[in-house]
Design a protein around this ligand. Structure first.
Ligand code: NDP
Length: 230
């Protein structure tokens, strides 16, 4: 399969890229800037040039999305799977009376409108028998199963889940999932997090490859394929 992944330079995005390469897939690995933290991704791409193609893409910048699309189209590259992975958890304050609205706007812009921008331009490129869009969500976006704090992040992931449902209902020929990847030790998840992002990535790839059976009538699942409550 050919996977298009945003935020592929570190964290879960890099794990997805690395594990997908091990399984023989091709990855269009996006990073938002040339100066991104990307040493490992660059090494992987140098070692597997046929399987890892680096693209510059900032989900805030629609022009960069259009350019990445044009680059792939120029090379007649096929895309079978879109993984909207890039996100921010940027709230510096926990209390309502201290919340900074610009942080809320950024969370919504990156975590919700980012995937919308990518889907807007890349969905028409999807081909193959297993056309899939995965929006990497979070348990923080579950209204019935959430916890206090992180207002903006939780609200952004709940909105992302709504976007997945809208896509699922609008495009019945495309598999659409919002996936909670687990609490992973990445920059975002922190050192105390129990889950290795490579394990989460393998779970997501098993879902993509059809090794894990999923219910196509419910888009919100975890990385093991289990239904998650909205
Ligand atoms: P990290 O913070 O470790 O990595 C985030 C990635 O997103 C980086 O590659 C970053 O790029 C990229 N990114 C941020 N803003 C933009 C942008 N504007 N355009 C393009 N790329 C951008 O996060 P994780 O790997 O932990 O998280 C991956 C996904 O999993 C996210 O959707 C997150 O919400 C979700 N998640 C994570 C959990 C966890 O425990 N870690 C738990 C539940 C969900 P750069 O290096 O340039 O900053």
């Amino acid at each position: 399969m050919n996977l298009f992944i945003t935020g592929a330079n570190r964290g879960l995005g890099f794990s997805l890229t690395k594990q997908a390469v091990k399984r023989g897939h091709r990855v269009y690995a996006c990073m938002r800037a040339k100066n991104a933290r990307q040493e490992e991704l660059t090494k992987l791409s140098d070692a597997y040039p046929e399987q890892v193609q680096l693209l510059l893409l900032d989900v805030l910048n629609e022009e960069s999305i259009v350019s990445a699309k044009a680059e792939l189209q120029k090379q007649n590259k096929e895309v079978n799977v879109i993984i909207n992975n890039a996100a921010v958890l940027n709230e510096s304050r926990a209390n309502l009376d201290e919340l900074a609205m610009e942080e809320g706007l950024l969370a919504m812009d990156v975590n919700v409108l980012g995937p919308v921008r990518v889907a807007k331009h890349f969905l028409p490129l999807l081909t193959g028998e297993r056309k899939t869009i995965i929006n990497i969500s979070s348990d923080a976006g579950s209204i019935s199963n959430t916890y206090g704090g992180n207002y903006f992040y939780g609200m952004s992931k709940a909105a992302l889940n709504m976007f997945s449902e809208k896509l699922r209902l609008t495009y019945p020929d495309i598999r659409v999932f919002s996936i909670h990847p687990g609490w992973m030790h990445t920059d975002m998840g922190g050192e105390k997090a129990p889950l290795d992002p490579d394990i989460a990535a393998d779970g997501i790839l098993d879902i993509l490859e059809g090794k894990t059976v999923t219910d196509s009538a419910h888009s919100y699942i975890d990385y093991t394929g289990k239904k998650y409550p909205f």
